[in-house]
Design a protein around this ligand. Structure first.
Ligand code: ZN
Length: 185
C-alpha cells in the first residue's frame, strides 16, 4: 500500500479525483470494537484473522456538468466468534462490499436519501476510512454465529495440560456474577 495515504484522515475528494485504488491487510486488534466482538484467541493472531481491504475512489461525471464523489470499499476477514449452539469458537467469514456517495451537506443527504439506494455520507475534508471500514464489518457480523456442524468435544489428554491450566486460570463468570449480587445496592 502507498504510505502517502493516511486512511484515518483521507482527503476523499482528491482520492476520488485521481481514481485511486489501494489495498492492504490490517491486523484485527487495530479494529478495537471489532476485536471486542470476537472471542479472544490465546497466542498470536492467525493471518486469516487480519482484515483484507481495498478502497477505490471515483469521480463520476453526470450530464449537466455535475460530478459525484464515490468511495468503494471492500473488506473481509475470518472472525473468531462464539458458536451459539456449542459455545465453542467458530471462524466466521465476515465481509463487506459497499459504495458510498459523498454529498455536500446534511441537507443534501436527507433530501437525496429517499431516492438513493447507495449510502450517502456528508463530505468532510478528512474522512476516517478505518472507522467506516470497521462500522461496515461490524454490521456484517452474523447475529447468531454457529458452526454448520458443531465439533464433538473430545476429552482432553495429558498433552493438553497447559491448555487446561489456562482454562482454570480464567475467572469463572458465574463466580463474578455472584460477587456482584452480593454487593449492597
Ligand atoms: Zn458449535
Amino acid at each position: 500500500m502507498d504510505k502517502n495515504f493516511d486512511l484515518k484522515r483521507l482527503n476523499i475528494k482528491a482520492f476520488a479525483r485521481d481514481g485511486t485504488r489501494i489495498q492492504g491487510v490490517k491486523e484485527l486488534p487495530f479494529f478495537v470494537r471489532l476485536a471486542e466482538i470476537s472471542v479472544r484467541l490465546d497466542g498470536p493472531n492467525e493471518p486469516q484473522n487480519a482484515v483484507s481491504w481495498e478502497i477505490e475512489g471515483e469521480m463520476r461525471s453526470l450530464a449537466g456538468g455535475e460530478t459525484q464523489i464515490w468511495l468503494h470499499l471492500m473488506a473481509e476477514l475470518s472472525l473468531p466468534l462464539q458458536c451459539q449452539r456449542c459455545m465453542g469458537a467458530v471462524e466466521v467469514k465476515v465481509s463487506s462490499n459497499q459504495s458510498f456517495r459523498f454529498v455536500a451537506d446534511e441537507a443534501s443527504a436527507e433530501a437525496e436519501d429517499d431516492e438513493s439506494e447507495e449510502d450517502l455520507l456528508v463530505l468532510t475534508p478528512e474522512v476516517d476510512v478505518w472507522e467506516l471500514m470497521e462500522d461496515e464489518l461490524i454490521m456484517s457480523v452474523p447475529l447468531v454465529p454457529k458452526h454448520s456442524i458443531c465439533p464433538i468435544l473430545v476429552p482432553m489428554s495429558v498433552a493438553d495440560e497447559a491448555f487446561e491450566e489456562a482454562l482454570e486460570a480464567r475467572p469463572n463468570p458465574f463466580a463474578a456474577l455472584a460477587q456482584l449480587k452480593k454487593k449492597p445496592t
